[in-house]
Every structure is written in C-alpha cells, then in structure tokens.
Write a protein that binds this ligand. Structure first.
Ligand SMILES: Nc1nc2c(ncn2[C@@H]2O[C@H](COP(=O)(O)OP(=O)(O)OP(=O)(O)O)[C@@H](O)[C@H]2O)c(=O)[nH]1
Ligand SMILES: [Mg+2]
Length: 444
C-alpha cells in the first residue's frame, strides 16, 4: 500500500488483473467495481475482513481510465453482452470509505486501483530475459512439436529454411511477420487454445506500437543455437535485422510496460480459462501451465535480479483464479477448484517457499447460467447463447476428481453464454466467490 505524495494521504492499493487473452479480466474488473459500489449488499457485506468498508465510489479520474461505463452498458443492456475485448491498458480507480472508531488515527478512506491490460502482452514477460537466439530456440522448441508443427507446417518450414547470414528481403520479411501473427491468432483460438503466443504485441499492437516499422520473425536455422555466445551476422542480413528489431521490441515496448506498471503493484490476480483449456485437451493444458510458470517465475528471483526487484518489491499476494465456473453444476464447481489447485501445485509450492501468499480459486465474475432440476432430480444448466441470444439448456461435462499428472485430460465442449438479463448497477451482479477474492486481496 502506498500513500499518494503531496496531494492526499489516502492510501492506495494497486492490484494487477492479468491473465491470458479472453480469460475474463475486463468482466471481472467491471463486476468488482459493481460489487464495491454495492459494498453493504450481498455476499461482500458478510465478509468479516471487509466489515469496516461502508461505501465504494468509482472515480473517473484515472488516466487512462478503465471504461466502466462501457462494461456496465454492455452487461446491463437489453439484450446484455460482455464487455469488448481490451485493446490497451487502463486503470480502474475506486475510493472506499472506512468506518473507524472516532479515536482511530487510521485513514478513513482507501483507494483501490485495478490495472487492466490485454492478456496478449502478459506473455512478453518471458522475452525480457531472452536474447534473440534464445527467443528463436524457445519458439522452435514449441513449433517443432504437435500441435504447432501441424498448425503452421508451411510457415515453420519456410522459417527454418531462411539463411540468417543471407541479405534480408524487406518485403518478404514483412509478409512472413504477418503470417507469423496470423499463426499466433489461429493458435489461441479453438480447437487449439494455446497460450504461449509470442510476441504478444503482434496480436494486439496497443496505441503506439506498429509492428511493420521494425519487423522480425523467429529464424529456425540450426546455426542459431544460443550456445557459444551471440552469433555474428553480416549487416543487413536476416539475422542482423531480426536481432536488432527483436531487441528494440524487447527493450522499448515490452520492458517499459512491465517496469512502469509492475513495480507499484501490491497484489496480482492471474485469471486462467482452465475450463476452456480442458475442452481443448492436454496440449492446451500443458501450454497454459508452461505459460503460467513463465509468468510467475520472476516471483522466485532474488532482489539482486531486476525482474525479482520489480515483482518482489511490494507484491505479497497473488490469486490465480480459474474463471467462468458458472458453466458447471455445483459439485463440478467444487471439483474445478481442486483441479486448479492440483494443476498449479508445483508453482504454488515454489511461491510458498518465497513467502508469497498465493491463493488458487475458481470464480465466476457474472453467473450466466441457472440450474434447472428435473422431477427425477437430474440437473442441467440454462442460459443464452452468446452469439444468437437463443436459450440453451445443457448438461455440462462432469469433471474428474483429480487432475491427471500428465495433464492428459479433455472434457466435452461447453456453450459460450451471454450474460444473464436483468443486471442492474444498483445491485451486486450475481457472481461466484468475488467476495472471497476481494476479502483476500483487500485484507489489511
Ligand atoms: N459464463 C461466463 N462467461 C464469462 C465470464 N467472464 C468472461 N466470460 C466470457 O469470456 C469472454 C472474455 O471475457 P473478457 O472479460 O473480455 O476477458 P479478457 O480477459 O478481458 O479478454 P481480452 O481483453 O480479450 O484479453 C467474454 O466475452 C465471455 O464470453 C463469466 O463470469 N461467466
Ligand atoms: Mg479485456
């Protein structure tokens, strides 16, 4: 928690809401603001650790401000829709009033800031530690195996055939960069749902980044092994241009973003669409876990490492949340929680050893389905289809009791649901465990 200099003595708690693309970040932030605006109603009012909080007020003054109006409009509209996909970073700022005894000298107000940014950018965290040959070697280790080897067989072969020492063909480089970006876009969608799609800004540029100005691609030629020191490339060769543009991306796009935002965070929420990965199968589960390990790795670094300093200076609490649990029946919702815990067991253990408070939980920002119980006791879920708005009734796939150690798991498909009708800003949105998440994050 920091105190704002000069202007006010109101303590500020900054929470990063991160997660891979489409994990549910913006919906969660919209729901969290709505819950804090209605702090004395619903489940939040029953959380004893938050009992002193009497009032929550969304402030419009953050720059750039999270578009709560747009999120509210979408969710409470008729018919309702989900907030739009995030295209740049933003901050949601909420002021909380705190009831204290008259003699208490502690502040009576507190500001919560939630940082939202496109999930695509989070993975760039890995790049910060990689030189260009390491980037190529890492990406090659993913692309030389299923399913990536099959998703983009032609492109991968083409990249492997390029001689890094040969003079670069600028127009062809640009074309290959675009094909690489298209491959990343395909990889993250069903049926693959892969997570390690790098570089993130090729998928989502943000306001100031223009990939075509400094294009690069991974070059898979064998002589790019990262052993034996940095390879030397002739001027204007494929290797030289890609190295130079990769380093510009790493040092002038990715690094400043993390340095600027992560050093002031008090807590991190990492959202994962574990259900989505389970419907895609073991390759998606493995890729997502590896991606999460990469993202959480800096927490285990010492303060002698700049990334370790960035992460560990203040962040003491991390919540990893499997989102969209409302797609499941109650017993399976409980299983999702324990599956998430066993899925991330190693990572949790590692962080616990570093005295980071890490909580793994399953949540739903907005419950989009309701339970239907038949006369014979059988249960199903009813919601509306996200695309058509038509009513859908479905029996969700049953989850296994435990996560197989080798992640060899695939569950049946789930429909994509629209938000429920009738949401109202003046009442907490129906969600699952948002109160517990906030109690964890905001406890003194
Ligand atoms: N059923 C259900 N679906 C959800 C929930 N939250 C998000 N979704 C679905 O997930 C999609 C993505 O949600 P967002 O909140 O936009 O996710 P995001 O992580 O901000 O996505 P990007 O900004 O694109 O990275 C939505 O369009 C919904 O289809 C939830 O609580 N319940
Ligand atoms: Mg978003």
């Amino acid at each position: 928690m920091v105190y704002l200099p000069f202007t006010s003595k109101i303590p500020v708690t900054r929470i990063g809401i991160t997660g891979l693309s489409q994990a549910g970040k913006s919906t969660l932030i919209t729901a969290v603001i709505n819950h804090l605006e209605n702090i004395r109603r619903g489940a939040l009012a029953k959380q004893t650790t938050l009992s002193g909080l009497t009032h929550g007020h969304w402030l419009r003054d953050a720059t750039p401000a999270f578009d709560y109006d747009a999120g509210l409009h979408a969710l409470t509209n008729s018919p309702p829709s989900w907030p739009n996909s995030t295209t740049d970073w933003s901050i949601a700022r909420i002021e909380l009033s705190i009831d204290r005894p008259w003699y208490s000298t502690k502040p009576r107000r507190r500001i919560i800031e939630l940082l939202d940014y496109p999930g695509e950018w989070l993975l760039d965290l890995c790049l910060l530690e990689w030189d260009y040959p390491t980037f190529c070697a890492q990406v090659w280790s993913w692309c030389s195996q299923a399913p990536r080897a099959a998703i983009a067989a032609d492109l991968i072969q083409t990249l492997a055939a390029i001689d890094p020492q040969a003079p670069v063909d600028a127009a062809y480089l640009l074309e290959l960069q675009q094909r690489w970006a298209a491959f990343l876009a395909d990889s993250r969608l069903p049926p693959y749902q892969l997570s390690r799609n790098l570089p993130g800004r090729f998928l989502l540029n943000g306001a100031h980044y223009h990939p075509e100005h400094q294009p690069f691609i991974p070059l898979f030629a064998l002589n790019l092994s990262s052993g034996g020191g940095a390879p030397k490339f002739p001027a204007h060769s494929w290797g030289a241009v890609c190295t130079q543009n990769y380093l510009a991306y790493r040092d002038h796009e990715a690094k400043p973003f993390f340095s600027r935002h992560f050093q002031s965070l008090d807590a991190q929420v990492i959202l994962i669409d574990l259900l989505g990965a389970m419907t895609a199968g073991s390759a998606a589960l493995k890729d997502m876990r590896a991606a999460l390990e990469g993202v959480l790795q800096p927490f285990t670094y010492g303060t002698d490492h700049w990334l370790g300093r960035l992460f560990r200076r203040k962040i003491r609490r991390v919540a990893v949340c499997a989102t969209k649990m409302d797609h499941l029946l109650p017993d399976d919702q409980k299983r999702l929680q324990s599956l998430a815990e066993s899925y991330l067991y190693d990572t949790v253990q590692r962080l616990a050893a570093e005295s980071i408070e890490l909580k793994v939980m399953a949540i739903a920002a907005v419950q989009a389905a309701r339970i239907q119980t038949e006369a014979n006791g059988e249960q199903s879920l009813i919601g509306r289809d996200k695309r058509t708005g038509q009513a859908v009734q479905f029996t969700p796939p049953a989850l296994p009791q435990t996560m197989p150690h080798n992640l060899n798991l695939k569950i049946g498909d789930l429909p994509q649901l629209a938000p429920p009708p009738g949401l109202d800003r003046a009442h907490p949105f129906p969600g699952r465990r948002i109160d517990q998440l906030l109690a964890f994050l905001l406890a003194d």
